[in-house]
Write a protein that binds this ligand. Structure first.
Ligand SMILES: Cc1cc2nc3c(=O)[nH]c(=O)nc-3n(C[C@H](O)[C@H](O)[C@H](O)COP(=O)(O)O)c2cc1C
Ligand code: SF4
Ligand code: SF4
Length: 476
């Protein structure tokens, strides 16, 4: 047995000190182990979260103009002054197109009207407002301040000068001095400015549009986006003319000429201005399908598809934005939805797009921009042998009869009604159903009616091949 050298014998005070030291050391070591454990687990957790919730990159680069997301506010009241634009940037908008600047204008009152449909307020929105009615110098000063305060956001300035070279080139010089990142030419405003030969009057005539863009390109050092009017049969001729004239990008659509309705008491259409009204510019959710059609024609044309497009028209949600981008828009602009719901909607838009991209495995916007363009083809290229038949899920059916009424009165009398007590039963007559979708569209229950594929024949055959083979030309 080892004996302790008396020389090393500790006094009771020393023993207490050693014990205390040992205790402290144990505590230190234990703390370190715990800290190390936590760090390790946090890193592991972060790693697994990253793996599970990869956040896609939604930053956008439009003509070299960078913005943290592809959502810009369109040129309109939300972007007409510093106080609005700063709040929009604080809410997260990637960029703005400043309310159109040009020669001085005088507005009237009232200015807006709307179409409410099926309980939805402002399905369509109509305005007879003109371009900015604030002094040019104030606008320019405020633009410069916004650029300085939010250098990471896109600042595009919309312009509509008088129809001569000097007016366009003078205003471009002044705007470029603000530090803005790009110019948008407003060739689309369908009211007020057209009477002065501006706005849609320029966009509706490809040769005038070409001439103005040539003047602009002589002077501009910033990227130029030309905003097209939808008040034409096709946007392609004007689009081609301005691309040939050198515009760096296109944006569409501006508002569509419209009358939203007539007041049945005063008998004056809306909006009411001292007993009269005028055709206004229509926008909001109601115009989205028209905007998507025009966008697709630009994305498919061999010449206009060479320049990037900023998509506009009825975009209210991230889904709308994704649809525009799938059909060729490199970014999107929003007006009516911000006027209806406020600036905060951009948070949902960013989050929704991000989540969708993660789900689909897209890591950047370029992964899906334009992906659906080729899926819109010519009617004569569609597969005649493709056929669908409606199917009713009897467990989901609430026996309302809406599908039956629709098919019986206006389609192909392909749903049978079996009277019952307390409910009638509806079933599809498969041999009669042409697969028009009408019943599915009318059914109020989600996924109660589905369309099932029943090909007529296995192979693809289009209308031209069908004719060439001498096959019967009528369905019945
Ligand atoms: C009240 C109002 C004023 C507008 N003013 C302008 C304008 O000054 N310049 C312009 O290019 N477009 C203007 N627009 C059109 C919008 O920029 C946008 O092209 C159109 O509203 C379609 O988008 P939305 O459906 O998201 O509203 C205006 C729209 C509204 C509702
Ligand atoms: S798809 Fe058309 S034809 Fe077929 S049952 Fe429905 S409404 Fe009738
Ligand atoms: S519309 Fe839908 S819910 Fe109504 S009867 Fe037809 S299948 Fe059933």
């Amino acid at each position: 047995m080892r004996t302790v050298d008396p020389a090393y014998k500790l006094s009771s005070t020393q023993r207490c000190l050693v014990k205390d030291l040992l205790n402290r050391q144990t505590l230190l070591v234990a703390s370190w182990i715990i800290i190390e454990y936590c760090i390790k687990n946090c890193l592991l957790l972060e790693h697994s979260l990253q793996k599970k919730y990869i956040m896609a990159d939604i930053s956008s680069n439009f003509l070299g103009i960078k913005s943290p997301n592809p959502f810009w506010l369109a040129s309109a009241p939300p972007t007409d002054k510093k106080i609005n634009v700063l709040r929009a940037f604080e809410s997260g908008w990637g960029g703005v197109v400043w309310k159109t600047l040009g020669s001085q204008v005088k507005n009237v009152s009232s200015r807006y009207s709307a179409v409410d449909y099926g309980g939805h307020r402002v399905m369509g929105f109509n305005n007879i407002e003109l371009i900015s009615d604030r002094p040019l110098e104030i606008n320019l000063k405020e633009i410069a301040e916004c650029v300085r305060l939010f250098p990471d956001r896109a600042m595009i300035v919309s312009l509509m000068a008088d129809n001569d070279r000097k007016s366009w080139q003078d205003i471009i010089k002044k705007v470029e001095d603000t530090g803005a990142h790009g110019l948008e030419l407003n060739f689309g405003c369908p009211h007020g400015m057209t009477e002065r030969g501006m706005g849609a009057a320029v966009g509706q005539d490809p040769e005038i549009a070409r001439m103005v863009v040539e003047w602009v390109m002589e002077a501009a050092t910033l990227p130029v986006i030309t905003k097209l009017t939808p008040n034409v049969h096709s946007v392609v001729p004007a689009g081609r003319a301005v691309v040939e004239a050198g515009t760096n990008a296109l944006s569409l659509i501006n508002t569509i000429q419209s009358v939203t309705g007539v007041d049945l008491n005063t008998l004056v259409p809306n909006p009411y201005v001292g007993g009269k009204s005028v055709f206004g510019g229509y926008c909001g959710p109601a115009v989205k399908p028209i905007a998507l059609k025009f966008l697709t024609t630009i994305a498919q044309d061999p010449l206009t598809k060479k320049v990037p497009v900023s998509g506009i028209g009825g975009i209210s949600t991230w889904k709308d934005a994704v649809e525009f981008m799938l059909l060729g828009a490199s970014n999107v602009q929003v007006c009516t939805a911000a006027m209806k719901h406020g600036f905060r909607i951009v948070e949902d838009m960013c989050e929704g797009m991000n989540n969708w991209m993660d789900e689909k495995g897209f890591t950047k916007l370029e992964d899906f921009i334009g992906k659906s363009v080729a899926n819109i083809t010519h009617w004569e290229d569609l597969d005649i042998n493709f056929h669908v038949i409606a199917k009713i899920d009897q467990d989901k059916c609430i026996h309302c009869g809406l599908c039956y009424i629709a098919c019986e009165d206006t389609s192909h009398q392909s749903i049978s009604l079996e009277p019952g007590n307390p409910y009638n039963t509806y079933t599809i007559k498969e041999e009669e159903c042409v697969g028009c979708n009408l019943c599915k569209l009318m059914c109020p229950v989600t996924d109660c009616i589905t369309m099932e594929e029943h090909r007529v024949a296995p192979g693809y055959i289009n209308w031209k091949q069908w004719q060439a083979q001498g096959l019967p030309l009528n369905d019945h």
